[in-house]
Design a protein around this ligand. Structure first.
Ligand SMILES: O=C(CO)[C@H](O)[C@H](O)COP(=O)(O)O
Length: 223
């Protein structure tokens, strides 16, 4: 049973004609974009923006209309994946390196629906290394400042090369083990110059749809 696909396809049921939709990034969002593409080919009329170059490419291949940001005044809904979700619906995101665009799009959405397989549901955030997007300038100093917050930092690589985000930045993966106060850590990280944003999404998710092994979905959320 493909738990990511089940959660994604459930979320896409909520998309209606005329909606402005944000498209997430990653292997779960992939299934949502596929399903949305199918519905567009069957006549659904939506306008969309994407959170990564990869998701935009996929959407265009499937015939989903991608609209310039300047032409849209916010979004009705965004469907995106997550690396960890806790019971307060705070998230760690950015495993795919798209956290900055994902956070911008989520912030401007009336509703953020998170889709995930059951392995992403955790009592406390932090087992998954927290992705932090940093600018390349003085990267060594920025990494030192992150380490002073009590984590082990790994600059993300792709093969032999440093991983470069869609925004031409780096990702520092920060292993904290556990994050008891996500909001405090979020603010502490953002106080370091050179950091663009981090993968803690606090109070942004409205609904979380978890796909289970037995084919069922579980829906948690505020709206
Ligand atoms: O935040 C993300 C990309 O930046 C993804 O949503 C997150 O990494 C989950 O990925 P997947 O759906 O492949 O498990």
């Amino acid at each position: 049973m493909n738990m990511k696909k089940i959660a994604a396809e459930h979320a896409v049921q909520y998309i209606e004609d005329g909606m402005k939709v944000g498209l997430g990034t990653g292997s779960t969002a992939y299934w949502a974009i596929q399903k949305l593409g199918q519905r567009v080919q069957e006549g659904l009329s939506i306008q969309a923006v994407a959170t990564s170059i990869a998701s935009e490419k996929l959407a265009l291949e499937l015939g989903i209309p991608i609209i310039p940001f300047a032409e849209l005044n916010g979004l009705n809904v965004t469907i995106d994946g997550a690396d960890e979700v806790n019971p307060e619906l705070h998230l760690i995101k950015g495993g795919g390196g798209a956290l900055l665009r994902e956070k911008i799009v989520a912030y401007h959405s009336e509703k953020l629906i998170i889709i995930a397989d059951e392995s992403k549901w955790v009592p406390t955030l932090g087992q998954f290394p927290l992705p932090v997007e940093i600018i390349p300038f003085a990267v060594e100093w920025t990494v030192q400042s992150l380490e002073q917050l009590g984590c082990k930092v790994q600059l993300r690589t792709e093969g032999e090369q440093i991983f470069i985000t869609d925004n031409q930045n780096y990702i520092a993966d920060c292993s904290f083990g556990t994050i008891p106060s996500p909001l405090k850590l979020h603010n502490d990280i953002l106080s370091i110059p050179g950091i663009v944003d981090n993968g803690l999404f606090i109070g942004l998710a409205d609904q979380v749809i978890i796909g289970h092994k037995d084919g069922s979905v579980e829906i948690m959320g505020r709206k």
